[in-house]
Ligand binder design. Structure first.
Ligand code: FES
Length: 573
């Protein structure tokens, strides 16, 4: 941490000249008294609230609560909106816009008289996008995760966001679920404010920020509608003012150790494969050297301690009542970097020491984990020269070593057109291969990697098959699904060369994914391959396609690596 803080807001508000007048006067139309402009830390509350982002629909109220905490601690809170990414609404995929939202956050923070930042997040991409943007400015920053919805309840049973959606959809195909059942289930699964309450990407992101040390301890699991979430927001408002006074910057927290902790803790909670892409991108912004192999090296041998869907049976509300993330962090204290600093000025080990577990069926012990090895495996081989990933804990376990005949879909439209064709030449031993869903190809790398199985096989009772693509998978999904194949097919990765009938060998134990086609044949195919997806004609999507990096590097733009800091030299008048 640096010396006693210099307030950058003084550059705006501290001058008794024309520009000081301009910066203060217009803001005073909001009714702020003069003393608010005289040396108080100015706290920006970065709000991802939007009616179009249902998981973040409660964050306007939260912003008011954070403000209370900021005022109480002697700061001056100013809330601002940023681009909000609603996972279930946006087309073609929110991932296309993560980097755009991060640019919005970065430039808004830098351009304004802010000394410290509170990020109000929730839905999947709202966490990484705001984190990435804030990291490139590197002010004191604290995250208030919006919290999960209450458990879904349907006809006396628990149902979880996303995970149940896939089950219901398969049930519709199999004829065990009606459209009336579907309609009834809709409101039963989403019955309160908050984000998906499975260990999907949003819960993974919340756990990620707590594991990184960017939240107050225990923040991730508190349900959105629990009053203790509001207490957390209030206390975060208090703490950010202290952080500014202590000059505790994001880079003081986001060390290599913090990233390693996040990888290990993500494995123990059975977190989403999406963590990989977002954590790599964040590391790139803050200047920490992290690569795909780190996820396998650090995470794949970790035990699964959390019994949450999709890897287990409970939901986030149960996780909170069982003690939340501090219980898991305390159990891992001899494995993780317990000395890593967090935003409250204590180490993560100190924060979580002795955290009691109230339900060992929800949070297992290190001695008796739910699974011995839970993390994400990174595969290498001629089908994925730069890597691909799989989450073994979300699979049936029976297909982790499998040789099968490729059934190829050239893109998503091809998949939709043919998957339920009764004449499709496919059986349960085949390997489904989907091309054209990578960062450049779709564009935006959507969550379509967990392709639904053909209707005729579902009706036979088949529940899992090997699926391979250059896309992503929802954190709420499951199956023997190989994702993030890099390089992607659209830029000429070997995935582009796979043809129907080729044999593919998946061997997760040996971290291998191979296309069993002779090199000379592959060379011929490569020589005649032509890219069929041109760059978009204009606008942001054109920029995205020309600058997005591949999945093994986090899909950030090549020109957004690192940060530009918080200094702005020129004025507007
Ligand atoms: Fe927003 Fe799942 S759709 S968190």
């Amino acid at each position: 941490m640096g010396k006693k803080s210099y307030l950058r807001s003084v550059e705006w508000f501290g001058k008794n000249d024309k520009m000081g007048f301009v910066h203060r006067s217009w803001l005073r139309n909001q009714g702020h008294p003069d003393h608010m402009f005289r040396g108080k830390p100015v706290i920006g509350i970065c709000n991802t609230w939007s009616d179009l982002t249902p998981c973040n629909g409660h964050l306007r109220e939260f912003a008011e609560i954070v403000k209370r905490g900021v005022y109480e601690a002697g700061g001056f809170p100013l809330e601002f909106p940023v681009m909000s990414l609603g996972e279930t609404i946006m087309k073609p995929t929110t991932m296309l816009f993560r980097n755009l939202a991060s640019m919005d956050v970065e430039e808004t923070i830098r351009a304004n008289p802010l000394d410290g930042i509170v990020l109000l997040t929730g839905c999947d991409k709202t966490t990484p996008s705001t984190l990435m943007g804030a990291a490139s400015v590197n002010l004191p920053t604290i995250v208030v995760p919006g919290g999960p919805m209450l458990n879904g309840k349907f006809r006396g049973k628990e149902i979880g966001s996303g995970t149940s959606t896939w089950q219901i959809s398969e049930g519709l195909k199999a004829g065990t679920f009606t459209v009336a059942d579907l309609t009834e289930a809709e409101s039963c699964v989403s019955r309160s404010a908050g984000h998906c309450m499975t260990m999907g990407t949003a819960s993974t992101m919340a756990a990620m920020v707590e594991a990184l040390g960017l939240t107050l301890p225990g923040a991730a699991a508190i349900p959105a509608v629990d009053s203790r979430k509001k207490v957390m927001a209030h206390l975060s408002g208090n703490r950010i003012v202290e952080m500014v006074n202590e000059n505790m910057k994001m880079s003081d927290i986001l060390t290599r150790e913090a990233f390693e902790n996040s990888i290990m803790i993500n494995s123990a909670v059975g977190g989403s494969t999406n963590l990989i892409i977002h954590l790599l991108a964040l590391a790139g912004r803050i200047g920490v050297d992290l690569n795909l192999d780190d996820f396998d090296r650090l995470g794949s041998d970790m035990p699964l301690l959390l019994n949450l869907m999709p890897s287990g049976k409970y939901l986030m509300e149960d996780f909170y009542y069982a003690g939340g993330l501090p219980v898991i962090i305390d159990q891992l204290k001899d494995i993780i970097h317990s000395g890593a600093m967090t935003i409250n000025g204590k180490s993560i080990g100190e924060n979580c020491a002795g955290a009691p577990c109230y339900n060992y069926d929800v949070i297992a012990t290190l001695e008796k984990p739910l699974k011995e090895k839970a993390g994400i495996a990174v595969l290498k081989g001629n089908l994925c020269e730069n890597g691909a990933v799989i989450k073994p804990s979300a699979t049936s376990g029976e297909l982790l070593q499998h040789r099968g005949r490729a059934v190829v879909f050239e893109n998503m439209e091809d998949y939709h057109a043919r998957i339920d064709d009764p004449d499709l030449n496919i059986d349960e031993n085949c390997i489904m291969v989907l091309k054209g869903v990578g960062p450049v190809g779709y564009p935006g790398m959507p969550e379509v990697g967990n392709m639904e199985l053909p209707q005729k096989l579902i009706k036979k009772g088949i529940t899992d098959m090997v699926r391979i693509s250059d896309g992503r998978m929802s954190g709420t999904a499951y199956g023997t699904v190989v994702l993030h194949v890099s390089p992607e097919s659209t830029v000429g990765g070997t995935l582009a060369l796979v043809e129907n009938g080729d044999m593919i060998d998946l061997d997760v134990k040996n971290r291998s994914l191979k296309l069993d086609v002779a090199e000379d044949i592959l060379k011929k195919r490569r020589d005649s391959w032509i890219r069929t997806v041109p760059d978009a004609d204009r606008g942001y999507v054109r920029m995205f396609m020309q600058h997005v990096e591949q999945a093994d590097r986090g899909c950030d733009f090549d020109f957004l690596k690192g940060g530009s800091g918080s200094v702005v030299l020129r004025d507007s008048h």
